[in-house]
Write a protein that binds this ligand. Structure first.
Ligand SMILES: *Cc1c(COP(=O)(O)O)cnc(C)c1O
Length: 446
């Protein structure tokens, strides 16, 4: 009788495998040791053959030394907050890889003197929003709003419509954020309606600014009215507009989504936005507005606590100047093109499971444009695949609809199709023989 416990190899013996030693050089000894120890436990339990321990341990190693894993976003939600919002363009990834080492982020190489931090990224942002006299970048959209409010309205009041008191996610609320840096809120209007006269009546000598917040994750329809930026600009106080999604200019596919250019042209003194929503860049917060105002925010003590790192600056600049980022590409993807891709992928899967190309309706996501439907296409597979696909070697997250799992292609780049097919095939095989395909299943019935 084989006792698996007797045959189990020793830890140091397994760790001496040259492939595992190379992995330890790349990932660190701790991760490799953990994988080996876990595999030896499975060997003792009789689940892994003693001779296969090194192979299995190697396969179980993470792709990188960080716990965060690459995921294929087949949800049909283009900007998915739980999946890290905007995926970066290859140009942005390349730029941040270079910036990861020693870099001239704050050094003028021509003179050898200190240079303005991230000057080329700031120049790219200024060029992308010519209506802004000044630009600055902080860690995220919430930081941009907090900095503006702290610098301008601490100990004073700001006027905001009740219908724009937004909860952004994970329990964080814009009104509480504004109060947390010392501003008093003067709420005007009702949930569904507000008029210019409401704002005008609320403004007094202690009012620092009027704030307009874009409800980027919900819609109020029916008997509603809001006040446009151009009207707010007639009030005797500055107008700050939180557009949220970071569209720099109006987008034909998103007619109701505010843009920085439109808000500034309508008379906004300052616009705040996120960098990792519709702009398609790294997490950051944009401050765009009149030169003097932006400069005073940039020099505020709190600005130092919200400073972005060099990786963000590099990725943001490459997003602005480089080829079309994935989010922008998804917004204009043709439904026919996506359906053709889905048809090809479904054919590649047909021998292992029932797979069908279907038209689908995708969404922009919490990142903006609520209610906008993006025509898309998906590969429909059995819903039982959802869990094994999420936990596979390359995790795939789809969405279950009408009892089927839809793998929507709008946010899956073409270069990831091979990985998607491989993941679905592996998940299907792990569930065999639950999915008899037409050939064996039909034979011999009647
Ligand atoms: C997303 C959003 C924010 C928060 O931006 P973060 O970059 O997530 O900090 C603030 N306001 C609006 C209107 C938003 O849509």
């Amino acid at each position: 009788m084989d006792d698996p416990r007797r045959a189990t190899p020793r830890t140091d013996h397994v760790l001496a495998d040259p492939r595992l030693r190379a992995a330890a050089d790349r990932l660190g000894v701790r991760l490799v040791k953990e994988a080996v120890v876990a595999t030896l436990e499975r060997c003792r339990a009789g689940e892994v053959a003693p001779a296969a321990v090194a192979d299995v341990a190697l396969q179980s190693l993470p792709a990188t030394a960080a716990g965060m894993r690459r995921v294929l976003n087949a949800t049909g939600v283009v900007v998915h907050t739980n999946l890290g919002r905007a995926p970066l363009s290859p140009a942005a990834v390349e730029a941040l890889t270079v910036a990861a080492g020693a870099t001239d982020v704050e050094l003028d190489l021509a003179t050898g003197q200190r240079g303005r931090r991230g000057r080329s990224a700031m120049a790219a942002l200024a060029a992308a929003v010519p209506d802004a006299g000044g630009v600055h970048v902080v860690n995220n959209g919430a930081a941009a709003l907090a900095l503006a409010t702290c610098a301008l309205a601490a100990g004073r009041n700001l006027v905001i419509a009740r219908g724009e008191m937004v909860e952004i996610g994970d329990g964080f609320r814009i009104p509480e954020l504004l109060q947390s840096v010392g501003a008093t809120l003067r709420e005007v209007g009702t949930t569904n309606r507000v008029r210019l006269a409401d704002y005008a009546a609320a403004v007094d000598e202690e009012t620092a600014f009027v704030l307009k917040v874009h409800p980027s994750n919900f819609q109020v329809t029916g008997f509603t009215s809001g006040v446009a930026v151009a009207e707010l600009a007639t009030l005797p106080v500055p107008v700050v507009v939180d557009i949220g999604s970071g569209l720099l200019a109006p987008h034909p596919r998103l007619p109701d989504e505010p843009s920085a250019a439109a808000a500034l042209r309508a008379g906004a003194d300052l616009v705040t936005a996120s960098g990792d929503k519709l702009l398609g860049g790294p997490q950051c917060g944009l401050l765009l507005g009149t030169a003097g105002l932006v400069e005073s925010l940039r020099r505020h003590p709190l600005a130092r606590a919200m400073r972005v790192d060099k990786l963000t600056l590099a990725a943001l600049e490459a997003t602005l100047t480089g080829p079309t980022p994935p989010v922008a590409a998804a917004l204009v993807a043709s439904a026919e093109g996506l359906l053709a891709r889905a048809t090809r992928l479904a054919a590649l899967l047909a021998d292992v499971l029932p797979a069908e190309a279907v038209p689908s309706v995708a969404a922009v996501g919490g990142g903006g444009a609520p209610g906008v439907e993006l025509p898309s296409a998906a590969v429909a597979v059995p819903a039982a695949l959802a869990a094994p696909l999420r936990t596979g070697a390359v995790p795939v997250v789809g969405r279950v609809e009408s009892g089927r799992l839809l793998l929507d292609l709008i946010a899956v780049p073409a270069q990831d199709e091979e990985a998607l097919v491989a993941a679905v095939r592996a998940a299907a095989l792990s569930l065999q023989p639950d999915f008899p395909t037409s050939a064996p299943a039909g034979a011999g019935r009647d």
